[in-house]
Design a protein around this ligand. Structure first.
Ligand code: GDP
Length: 444
């Protein structure tokens, strides 16, 4: 599981809030300590962690109570929003030249996956209907040129090579000419990496950049190197000026530090990520999806969002009063079930109820079907019956009439009535009332 350690580190933060009513300055201390530790263990750089924890703490204390949303869920949402911001907010698309070919220059240290990325990127753009040409500029490793030629064949994209005796800037010039002759849409140039940053590499890149006048200069970094990757992006940007980064090896057991630090530390976005050795394994970097994966709580997030949208404060307070006084009737029942339906797929909401766990599509369909059945029965009730469910509990004749008018069975009506009383009890318990009501037996 990607960033599994980070995910479980953050989980312990939410767990410490279970049973709390609201987020307070006091009760977030421990969870924030967990978040801080989890981020540091994920190799996120310290200044980034400090700022992050500060921002989240401030928001957590200031956030208002949303009825029906628990403090731990609220904190998950705040952390998620901040993670998205940290990673740059929106997806950062590749830029294409307005006229003439788009030129993409790739840079990076040895072994980060630059050559692989060159071919992956060509395939990625080909799938978008763009014709591409690769230029082999890694003149220090003949094997790298061979590798690019092989990968180029694999993705069916031409590779311009000029051997290892020509200076990279000259290869760039010749390759550019050739690409223009062939009228390709995108030129991707692979360059030589070094084991570490050195002056000759930077000078060489500057020369190549001058010749190519690239639309994009992308630094390829290895996710496994954590915050070091962010530092590299910063250095390359200061030295040669880059437009973004490509993060490779996200499929490995990287801890997340690179994905979380690059934008904040360097100011440059991660544009694409590599998630495997296959040519298809390159995709845009979506900060929101990444945050979702890190938190592993898509359900909670959409629940909180929808609760924020749907649940009006007054409605919620009104409902709570009714539950506390056991006045919860069929009108409320209907309102609730409809609100639930409005909240979107039942799966997400059901997933929120402790003990329900993951629900299958079949269960979702089942739940939606029973919701329709309930609505049909409630619709044919008289106003008094809706307000006083006791009437139905006491009278088999009423239940029979409802069954006939709604086209359901008497058994289904009885079930619905029983369910309402059970719900009163359950909700009362959920709301922390000390004494629960009792479920009346239906008289026959
Ligand atoms: P270069 O020296 O930067 O050109 O690196 P290469 O392209 O030769 O890649 C080095 C190694 O990393 C190769 O074995 C690649 O298959 C592997 N590699 C590259 N990208 C990824 C990735 O996203 N995931 C995984 N698992 N391996 C990758």
């Amino acid at each position: 599981e990607m960033f599994g350690q980070l995910t479980s580190g953050l989980e312990s933060a939410w767990n410490k809030l279970k049973g709390e009513e609201v987020l307070t300055k006091e009760n977030i201390v421990e969870p924030m300590r967990d978040i801080r530790r989890a981020l540091l263990e994920a190799d996120v750089s310290l200044p980034v962690v400090r700022r992050f924890v500060q921002t989240v703490s401030e928001q957590a204390v200031g956030v208002g109570v949303i009825r029906g949303v628990k403090p731990d869920q609220q904190l998950v949402k705040i952390v998620s929003d901040e993670l998205v911001k940290l990673m740059g907010g929106e997806v950062s698309e590749l830029t294409f030249a307005k006229s003439g070919p788009t030129v993409i220059l790739l840079a990076g240290l040895q072994g980060v996956g630059k050559t692989t990325v060159s071919a992956k990127l060509a395939l990625y753009l080909k799938k978008q209907g763009k014709s591409c040409m690769l230029i082999a500029g890694d003149v220090y490793r003949p094997a790298a040129i061979d590798q690019l030629v092989i990968l180029g064949k694999q993705v069916d994209v031409p590779v311009y090579t000029a051997g290892t005796d020509v200076k990279p800037a000259d290869i760039a010039k010749q390759g550019l000419q050739e690409a223009k002759k062939q009228n390709v849409d995108v030129i991707i140039m692979d360059t030589a990496g070094r084991l570490q940053i050195d002056k000759s590499m930077m000078d060489e890149l500057k020369d190549v950049k001058r010749v190519l006048n690239p639309t994009e200069v992308l630094l390829v970094v290895d996710a496994m190197t954590g915050q070091e990757a962010a530092a590299l992006v910063t250095t390359f940007n200061l030295e040669i000026g880059i437009t973004g980064a490509i993060l490779t090896k996200l499929d490995g057991d990287s801890r997340g530090g690179a994905a979380l630090s690059v934008k904040e530390v360097s100011g440059k976005p991660i544009k694409l990520v590599g998630r495997g050795e296959r040519m298809e394994d390159l995709e845009p970097f979506y900060p929101d999806r990444m945050a979702g994966r890190i938190l592993g709580m898509g359900d909670v997030l959409s629940f909180v969002e929808k609760a924020q949208e749907v649940m009006k404060q007054e409605d919620a307070e009104d409902l709570q009063k009714k539950i506390m006084t056991a006045k919860f009737d069929f009108n409320d029942f209907l309102k609730q079930t409809r609100a639930v339906a409005r909240m979107g797929s039942m799966s997400r909401v059901l997933g929120m109820i402790p003990g329900m766990g993951k629900v299958t599509p079949a269960q979702i369909r089942e739940a939606e079907k029973s919701l329709q059945i309930m609505e049909a029965m409630i619709e044919v009730m008289t106003p008094e019956e809706r307000e006083q469910p006791e009437l139905l509990a006491e009278s088999p004749a009423r239940r029979k009439r409802i069954a006939q008018e709604s086209g359901k069975t008497e058994q289904q009506v009885s079930q619905l009535v029983a369910q309402l009383f059970q719900m009163r009890v359950r909700m009362k318990n959920l709301m922390g009332a000390m004494e629960g009501g009792s479920v009346p037996a239906l008289s026959n």
